[in-house]
Design a protein around this ligand. Sequence first.
Ligand SMILES: Cc1cc2nc3c(=O)[nH]c(=O)nc-3n(C[C@H](O)[C@H](O)[C@H](O)COP(=O)(O)OP(=O)(O)OC[C@H]3O[C@@H](n4cnc5c(N)ncnc54)[C@H](O)[C@@H]3O)c2cc1C
Length: 463
Amino acid sequence: MSGARVLEADVGVVGAGPAGLAAAAALAAGGLRVVVLDEGQRAGGQIFRQLPEGLQPQRAPAEPPSHHRGHGLLVAAQAQRERIDHRTLATVWNAQPGRLWFEQGGASWLLRCQRIVLAPGAYDRCVPFPGWTLPGVVTAGALQVMVRGFGVVPGRRALVAGSGPLLLPTVAALLTAGVEVVAALEASPRARFWRALPAVLGSGAKLREAFWYARRLVAAGVRLRWGWTVFEVRGEGAVQQAVIGRVDAEGRPRRDTAQTVAVDVVGTGFGLLPAIELGQLLGCQTAYQVVRGGHALVVDRTQATSVPGVFAAGEICGIGGAEVAIAEGELAAARILQELRQQPLSEALVLRAARERRVADALLSAFAPLPGLVGLPDDDTIVCRCEDVPLRVARTAAALHGSALRGIKVGCRAGMGPCQGRICGPSLQGVATGDGTRIADLPIAQVPAKPVCSATIVDAPVG
Ligand SMILES: Cc1cc2nc3c(=O)[nH]c(=O)nc-3n(C[C@H](O)[C@H](O)[C@H](O)COP(=O)(O)OP(=O)(O)OC[C@H]3O[C@@H](n4cnc5c(N)ncnc54)[C@H](O)[C@@H]3O)c2cc1C
């Protein structure tokens, strides 16, 4: 350990994704000193992910239209480098109003700031099924990180299955890496998508993005099959086969349609979950919104949370995608500049952020979680992979201790391992009770919000 250190800034921003970058660039352009903390190696967040410094792709990946926006954000933030102190590999593990504690370079740091902008993004939503813990089964988001963030080619023949807009970039990333995608399965029924379409037609950005991905899939001969999902993955120590089939409109597997495909990698993503734990530690109000991925921070029309001095933007306020994240990041910055620099807040920014949210909500309504997917795992399927808890044991725990998340955890240790329930938590109550319509309880946030060295906590500077 190299000792504890303290930083001062006008604003501390958690996350260098589209929301955090947009906020930081606007705050700095308005004359404020900003510290951006991100646990990643480079700026960009999930969607505008860059390869680590010094690595070059063997062939330049084709990029969807939204990524030009990402380059613009990176340039805008870079242009303000005198006012933006961007700290990479900096993990924020605790927060109080005006205080962010983080670990960087083996040292324990405290950032003192007048305002906080939370923009930590989201997590993949996992749904357990037989074989989902085999090496080679990877979440859709993690596949993106492997391919686009580290240049890793994860296999030769892939299956992509799940639900939501992230499936298309996942297929595209695999194709770019030279992986054959043998099937792309969207669990939602196509009719849901048609119902959501009229609202999306108003968004030029979303349409351009959808056409860009659709062209790539068509060119590679990959057809998106609506109302299909993965039932099981088989293999000796690694993925060798996947059993796929149709689901009904509620997501219940139709076992009579099962067929087998030979694959060596399976990407699954059943949507995303807002990463709210830092907001919870700060005491921010949350609300459950099914189309936005579940529990999310509540913000007012200018991105202010319920805690004075704390703002939030992007996926933490509910899943919405990059356009929403950018609009909300800029709006949060404008509100802070109004408070600290008495700059007028443009109503146009408020309206733009609200419009982007409306379009995202409409699109994501086509991919709201299907309750019948809780029927995918069998008795022996591991539902908590940290603690190796099979479904049978989780069911017994729910029967004995009640169906609350806390009761199931106490009864079988599910959710008590290193991931602290981020992977199993959202589906645990549904699969353990067999009731997929059940709203998952709000998880309890604990310090440290992210894994850090115990010395970081012991040496933490006192606020
Ligand atoms: C794994 C993954 C891959 C994705 N890939 C795509 C894609 O290819 N295309 C697409 O359209 N959408 C993708 N998405 C959706 C994407 O999250 C949004 O569209 C968009 O990036 C959201 O912007 P954001 O700024 O809210 O969050 P993000 O872009 O997720 O940025 C959040 C940033 O906060 C940092 N962070 C989080 N917690 C902490 C902490 N405690 N301390 C320090 N730093 C922290 C993260 O490292 C990250 O860089 C992906 C989502 C995930 C989870």
